[in-house]
Design a protein around this ligand. Structure first.
Ligand code: HEM
Length: 314
């Protein structure tokens, strides 16, 4: 069984990158309150595709930020769909390659549909916001793991201790970010992908107190698991770069939260959100690579060559 066609690997990687950009862009839209500045779909206004007029503040209520998000995010759907179709034709690839991209397609559709509704002024109940954020993160997770499984064709699923720490950290962060939507009061930064800061705004008095509390033990658990993952990776020589990046990004998240809690500044909103999303992506790389491995050569049965879909027709 031969390795995967390069063209397919490039496609899967592109879909993973577009999903990452969509998550980063979306969290910047939320952090800068730019989601309601256009008010139209698909163009920014009824008679213009792009925003017009003067931009008051670069990182506050800026319609260009939302347009940039919807433009890059809209590509995460088609690239996931193309990956899903190509994956189906790679019959000898790992089942993750054939199944996960479909989760990304559904996730991108949900995030796009809710995002479009927000732009058009729809006000959704909190559970829809959680579905939206959850769908966006599942889209990113699905394409990252599917790309790793394809790159390592012929692959097999064998999570190491490092993978268990990284997946557990991801699970804690996923729950923490979703809890943020219930903890947040109206228009509060607390709903944005970030780490918990106690009552960042008085508005959070109107949020769920239980969710506010729940976020802290989840954050502490995630931090412990990330440190355990780092130590495990260092001990086994795995993830030499990503283990350091994950630890550094966690330090940025914790420092940003502490500075905001002490100073009340709103200048760190965007780097706080972006580093939180990039930490999720980095942990996905660590967890995926420590779970999906290339089959050892002596276990590879010499089957027919895996050719790109087009070649088979000839
Ligand atoms: C193409 C259509 C889309 C539009 C018009 C759109 C629009 C928006 C808007 C207006 C927000 C801000 C919501 C708020 O302030 O609470 C947002 C947030 C977000 N969007 Fe999108 N979006 C689209 C597609 C996507 C896709 C495909 C993804 C991911 C695959 C995505 C991921 C996100 C994320 C992660 C957030 C941040 C949520 C948070 O931090 O609470 N969006 N989007």
């Amino acid at each position: 069984m031969a390795s995967a066609p390069r063209s397919a690997v490039h496609l899967f990687r592109a879909a993973a990158v577009f999903a990452l950009l969509a998550n980063i862009g979306g969290s910047i839209v939320a952090a800068t309150h730019s989601g309601f500045e256009c008010g139209n779909w698909p163009g920014c206004t009824a008679d213009a595709l792009l925003p017009g007029g003067v931009v008051n503040e670069l990182l506050y209520r800026n319609p260009w930020i939302e347009m940039a998000h919807r433009t890059s995010a809209v590509l995460s759907g088609p690239t996931a769909l193309a990956s899903a179709i190509v994956g189906l034709r790679l019959r000898q690839a790992h089942p993750l390659v054939r199944v996960l991209p479909w989760f990304a397609v559904v996730g991108a559709f949900i995030a796009g549909f809710v995002g479009r509704g927000i732009v058009l002024g729809e006000s959704y109940p909190t559970w829809v916001g959680a579905l939206d954020l959850g769908a966006a993160q599942v889209t990113m997770a699905s394409m990252v793991v599917a790309a790793i499984a394809l790159e390592r064709t012929p692959a097999h699923w064998a999570p190491t201790r490092l993978a268990l720490y990284a997946w557990s950290a991801l699970g804690s962060l996923f729950a923490m970010h979703l809890a943020g939507l219930w903890a947040a009061g109206p228009n509060s930064y607390t709903r944005v992908v970030s780490w918990p800061v106690w009552r960042i705004l008085d508005a959070d008095l109107h949020g769920s107190l239980a969710a506010q509390w729940l976020r802290f033990p989840l954050a502490a658990l995630a931090a412990v698991l990330i440190v355990l993952a780092f130590r495990q990776a260092r001990a086994t020589g795995e993830a030499s770069v990503t283990r350091v990046v994950a630890l550094a990004l966690m330090a940025v998240c914790l420092a940003s939260g502490a500075i905001i809690a002490v100073s009340g500044t709103d200048a760190l909103g965007v780097p706080f959100a972006v580093s939180s999303v990039c930490l999720l992506f980095t942990l996905l790389l660590i967890a995926g690579r420590a779970s999906v491995h290339a089959l050892p050569q002596d276990e590879v049965k010499s089957g027919p060559r895996m050719e790109a879909p087009a070649a088979r027709a000839s």
